[in-house]
Design a protein around this ligand. Sequence first.
Ligand SMILES: Nc1ncnc2c1ncn2[C@@H]1O[C@H](COP(=O)(O)OP(=O)(O)O)[C@@H](O)[C@H]1O
Ligand SMILES: [Mg+2]
Length: 244
Amino acid sequence: MKTIALYNNKGGVGKTTTAINVANELAEIGRVLVIDFDGQANSSRFFAEPKAGLDMALIHADYSPVSAVSSTRYPNIDILTSTPALNLITAQFVRLSEEEQTANIRKVLEVDGSYDFVILDMPPAFNALTTKVITLCDSVFVPIELGTFAIQGMPTVTNALADSNAKFGGCIVNKFDKENPADTELLALLSDLLGNKVLRTTVPFSRVIKNSFSFRLTAKEYMKWTAAAQAYEDLTKEILERTE
Ligand SMILES: Nc1ncnc2c1ncn2[C@@H]1O[C@H](COP(=O)(O)OP(=O)(O)O)[C@@H](O)[C@H]1O
Ligand SMILES: [Mg+2]
């Protein structure tokens, strides 16, 4: 089982979109569980009707997260949904001992142990819970939307990953506009900053990706033949290469 997190303390950068489309690629080669760690429940609603349970499982040792797992219309993808209740448990979570925190998160990540891949759609937050979760993953990828401030903010993200001993798989440049010279320049700046921690594959800014999400389709279901939909194939290969 490989546990892969999509994480950034910024919202709107494509964590959820990436989680869904990468899960769709991984479903070609194995069984996938998407865990929605975001109380906004966007990936939950994409796949199923959100059910409570993840919040309780994270704070109570004997509460099983299985009740919050739903099958989806994708035969190889299940979703462990979140609800807004997840936003309210951080204070209770931090009162647990280190061991209890670790055990509760592991119980969630391993649910029933039958998945080949577990994809974590993380919330835009740095806190005790999110930090602990990413520490227990096999790799953490940070989707970003290029911009001067996003690049200036990257050391904060990478330092937070390093401080928590998380395994930083790399930075995914999302919404890349290759026609825009500013984007090319910003990508070069980011590469100077992070070296080979910038994934070779960029995901284009694309109406196909935006619209597919609105229609609750993966980019491939919506327009399989487009470069935007195909980008997730290359991205997923690279994510796997970078996950031990
Ligand atoms: N490559 C892309 N091209 C165009 N729109 C995108 C792309 N990736 C994400 N979006 C859009 O950007 C918005 C935020 O994406 P989302 O995945 O919800 O971000 P996050 O989970 O980081 O908050 C959504 O409306 C989504 O459809
Ligand atoms: Mg999201």
